[in-house]
Design a protein around this ligand. Structure first.
Ligand code: DC
Length: 223
């Protein structure tokens, strides 16, 4: 059986960059499932559709031409053949992604695609429902988290570095709003799986987190 590592956690916990680093360390692939919901959110915004309109979003998902390519150098997300890997990272797309990810039919289709992508390969997959729904048989399940204040602080520091505007308070309120949506939705709300190891990174630096998870993965791989 291939090595599957499932990783869930709230916005800003660093799942994607941590998973990238763990994948590189272990020589395996990384699938970022959030990018798929983001691509659907971007498509909705581009077509002037309301992400809150469930029927429209399910229909849009049905005609979504989404191609996710994963390799040793990371993931490329193609929407209608266009590389949108950078364009899906804006706050507007984040909110739209969070909204469209509430719909059961959208989730069903995305989960099926994710399971196809992960089948038969050594892979770390990150998202919100990976431990519970996408890869319930993963050998290692991680719930990566940190306090909302720390997650907002990290995101704000990143924005400062890039010269982007926005106050810490604004970022914190976005983090809280996304938590509310992701944890409060009726379909598969974000919560730690019963058999997941909770890694709280509030007091840890990046390398410590990567070491911790790669260490756990090494143990299950050799077991
Ligand atoms: O991880 P992210 O911030 O890129 O995810 C974008 C949105 O998609 C997020 O609000 C929650 C949703 N999502 C989800 O519901 N299930 C997943 N497996 C991944 C993301």
């Amino acid at each position: 059986m291939p090595l599957n590592i499932a990783m869930d956690g709230p916005v800003g916990a660093g799942k994607s960059s941590i998973a990238d680093a763990v994948a590189a360390r272990l020589g395996i692939l990384h699938l970022d499932t959030g990018a798929m919901y983001r691509a659907l959110g971007l498509k909705a915004l581009r077509e002037g559709l309301d992400p809150k309109d469930e029927k429209e979003m399910v229909a849009l998902c049905g005609r979504l031409k989404l191609d996710v390519r994963i390799g040793r150098n990371g993931q490329t997300t193609l929407l209608d053949g266009e590389d949108v890997s950078g364009l899906i990272r804006t706050p507007e797309v984040s909110m739209a992604a969070s909204t469209v990810s509430r719909y059961a039919e959208v989730r069903k289709r995305m989960v099926a695609r994710q399971q196809e992508l992960a089948a038969g390969q050594d892979m770390i997959v990150d998202g919100r429902d990976i431990c519970t729904t996408v890869l319930p048989k993963a050998q290692l399940k991680i719930y990566l988290t940190a306090s909302p204040e720390e997650r907002a602080r990290r995101r704000w520091a990143e924005m400062q570095e890039k010269g982007e505007g926005g106050s810490y308070e604004e970022v914190l309120s976005q983090v809280r709003e996304r938590d509310r949506q992701d944890m409060g939705r009726s379909v598969e709300p974000l919560k730690p799986a019963e058999d997941a190891v909770i890694v709280d990174t509030t007091e840890m630096n990046f390398d410590q987190v990567v070491d911790t998870i790669a260490g756990m993965a090494g143990k299950v791989r050799n077991a």
